[in-house]
Design a protein around this ligand. Structure first.
Ligand code: HCA
Ligand code: CU
Length: 406
């Protein structure tokens, strides 16, 4: 069964301008736990003392998920991470040739020796710790160097090797420049050495392919996939949690015990505190994700939602809806009138047509129309301005009198 690692609190907080207080981090972690996320990467304690406090709080909150810290490949950083009471530790150190030469000034052998030393140390401190080693920028590193570093890491005590597409470089259709190539090759080559770590993937979205690459990795046998809420993270971010879960549930018939009804609340919380709005057309949790609009659509959906929907909104605990505007047709007005309790007006063709005309006029302002607030106002305006026939006004006054006296 595939496992999900959420890194909203680590990778997500690496979005420019984003800051989550320890209280909000705990609330986010609790939602992730309710959904059934397996691992929560809660931050890198070496970055700031407050991050260490937040990780410690989450690690002590009694959540089902494993709680992890991110750590550079240094003994002092590992100590800071272990002090937080975590049960998952992610150590990263690149073995890409450019990084070794231009940043670390190390040869491959020295880099691998350091990886072995730090992982051996972490393993000695905590025998039940889940340790992940990530050769950052995996997919722009020679595969043989990745195999060399990964095999040493596993022998030193790592349980998981993560393939990081740090710069969003891969594409699903390429023979070697794909994350699936790295998943398959690493699994096969490590198995030859009798090493069987779990394989994780971390896909960045620089080319808009993070989700496609994650699904490519899934098909190739990846065991763990990294995500964040709204896909936030460095630059263009990584895989979006809701998008991945919906695809795994729907397309691949993965049926773990994910409770997707918490997605909306989680996204609203993260959006509020990151100050990043959820795009209205965001799949699954966007305001318009299950809202139908054009006349042809609303007419069909009124008969059967599946005519314009391939996902059932009930999986996230909501119902579909419809919007009013320039694209609306007769059926939408009738539905809207029924929605606000004006079924009688909905049966009057002339009135419905006039309201439709008015709705189209209002739509020119370019803002969504609020059915509950604006439709009653439109009906009222008709009567006050006496621009509609007396029959309509009498319908209105019947309602009005009824409301006032009843
Ligand atoms: C980073 C880079 C990273 C690390 C991933 C990992 C990446 O440190 O910000 O440690 O598994 O994309 O390579 O997020
Ligand atoms: Cu990353």
């Amino acid at each position: 069964m595939i496992q999900i690692l959420d890194s909203t609190l680590r990778e997500g907080e690496q979005t420019p301008g984003v800051y989550f207080s320890p209280e909000i981090k705990l609330a986010i972690a609790q939602f992730l736990d309710h959904i059934g996320i397996d691992i929560i990467e809660a931050g890198n304690p070496a970055v700031d003392r407050e991050i260490a406090v937040a990780i410690t709080r989450i690690a002590n909150a009694g959540l089902k998920a494993k709680i992890g810290a991110h750590s550079r490949c240094r003994i002092d950083d590992v100590n800071k991470a272990l002090d937080c009471g975590i049960n998952f530790l992610g150590i990263f150190f690149s073995v890409s040739q450019k990084r070794l030469q231009q940043d670390y000034n190390l040869c491959l052998e020295a880099a691998i020796a350091r990886i072995a030393e730090v992982i051996t140390y972490a393993r000695k401190q905590q025998s039940d710790l889940l340790i992940r080693y990530t050769p950052e920028d995996t997919v722009r590193s020679p595969i043989e160097d990745i195999i060399a570093a990964a095999s040493v890491a596993v022998q030193a005590g790592a349980n998981i090797i993560s393939i990081a597409d740090t710069t969003g470089y891969t594409t699903p259709f390429h023979e070697t420049r794909s994350i699936s190539y790295y998943v398959k090759t690493l699994k096969t080559e490590l198995a030859k050495l009798n090493l069987h770590p779990k394989i994780e993937v971390h896909c960045h979205n620089d080319r808009g392919l993070a989700l496609a690459n994650a699904l490519d990795a899934y098909k190739a046998g990846a065991d763990i996939i990294d995500v964040t809420v709204m896909g936030i993270g460095e630059r263009a971010g990584i895989v979006d949690l809701a998008e991945l879960l919906i695809n795994l549930t729907d397309m691949f018939a993965e049926k773990p015990a994910w409770d997707l009804t918490y997605l909306k609340k989680l996204y609203d919380l993260v959006s509020e505190h990151s100050h990043i709005p959820i795009p209205p057309h965001h799949p699954i949790v966007g305001k318009n994700a299950f809202t139908h609009y054009a006349g042809v659509h609303v007419k069909a959906v009124a008969k059967n939602e599946e005519l314009y929907q391939s996902l059932n909104p009930e999986i996230i605990g909501i119902k579909s809806s419809f919007a009013l505007g320039m694209q609306s047709g007769y059926t939408a007005i009738q539905l809207a009138l029924k929605q606000i309790g004006r079924s009688e007006i909905a049966e009057n063709q002339a009135v419905v047509s006039k309201i439709l005309h008015e709705i189209k006029e209002i739509a020119r302002r370019g803002n969504p129309i609020d059915i509950e607030k604006e439709l009653p106002a439109i009906i009222e305006r008709f009567c006050l301005n006496q621009i509609i026939n007396s029959e309509i006004c009498s319908i209105y006054s019947v309602f009005h009198v009824h409301e006032v006296h009843g």
